[in-house]
Design a protein around this ligand. Sequence first.
Ligand code: GDP
Length: 444
Amino acid sequence: MFEALQDGLSSAFKTLRGQGKLSESNMRDGLKLVERSLLEADVSFAVVRDFMKRVNDEAVGEAVLKSLNPSQQVVGVVYQALVDFMGPVDHSLHLKGKGELTTIMMCGLQGSGKTTTTGKLGRQLKAAGRMPLMVACDLQRPGAIDQLHILGEQLEVPVFSDRTQKDPVAVTKAAQAHAKKIGADVLLLDTAGRLHVDEALMEELKRVDRQAMPDQVLLVIDSMTGQDAVNSAQAFNDALELDGVILTKLDGDARGGAALSVKHVTGVPIKYIGVGEHLDALEEFHPDRMAGRILGQGDILTLVEKAQREFDQDEMARQEERLRKGEFTLDDFRKQMSQISRLGPLQKIMGMIPGMGGLMKHLDNVDAEQGMRRMLGIVDSMTAEEKRNPSKVIDQNRRRRIAAGSGVQPHEVNELVKQFDAMSQVMTAMAGKGARDRMKMVRD
Ligand code: GDP
């Protein structure tokens, strides 16, 4: 993600680092490159101007030029400016107490990911012990009501709709009454969107805003849309009193510009980011991590947090224990692999690890996912004894049977067994070492 900005900034910094001694003039040249990268990454012109002014003032200041390591200092200045521009943080949806109804209005252009994000929020609120009710207020797009109902069924979150109504305000009011009846405490309004900003849409949204008086108005913006993202953010911000922004599709090749510009244009916090089509692919927005990602430092913190949340801690402890005893089997191997795949698309996970982002550009995510699934299938076709001791027990005959059972070629079974042998040697060598030493072994 953020590749355009990242690549541009990395080369700008390389140029800066290449200068034996930084002077005011070559520093300015370096900063010109930073400026160009920002523009190429679709950051709007006004934002670039403000951003560069701030960076220029600080970077060519006396403290930086006289310091021992001026180019690193400049990186620090740019990093801090990015953090400041994308902050401050406020992840809260400012929900009222339980038993009181909080109404959240979701708005955005068609295709921005509004309905999906409504589902993601519904899922998250439910997990937090709230009682969300999703409301189909998009009465224009054919299929919008059905889409929300399907999401609701998937998530087991109730959905309110009225197919006879043409007025979203009436639907919202009826939904507010319905929420009271069923004990829901958060109303998520999935409002109408259009392909482009237009008067009629804004008028409709303004009416919902005025008459249903939502507590929070959240704007959903597709980060892939570059300069258009800025223009639509501006239009929504002019029409409505926004409380926050959710940037979607940051898992793709989104250019970094949207996060900077949308924040600048609306002045409201970016609360969440959408990082995939799955309903769990919603993360809190952290300006510092995003700035780190933009500068190519990877996003290890997000990964660690995700791993801690997703990994079954008891199962991890059991595996550790077995490892210590030197009992690593294909079953453990399988469990580890499926835990990793639960973290999300492989390509995305790798992108969060510093240095891996570039490598993963060349790897097709579909290939990686398919490889993982095939591998799991092979292990599942083995007997318990074969999983414990594959290289000893599996002969040619069994290899063919396992391959047939899992729909792969016999040589793939062989490769997996070889991989497992190599991995279990590493695992045995690692056993007994602490987590830190293990990380070090992996890095070395
Ligand atoms: P709406 O018209 O604004 O309600 O948009 P939808 O919720 O129907 O989303 C449009 C498309 O974007 C769908 O294919 C979604 O799966 C996809 N989408 C939504 N959020 C994300 C995201 O964070 N990442 C990715 N990759 N796709 C997303």
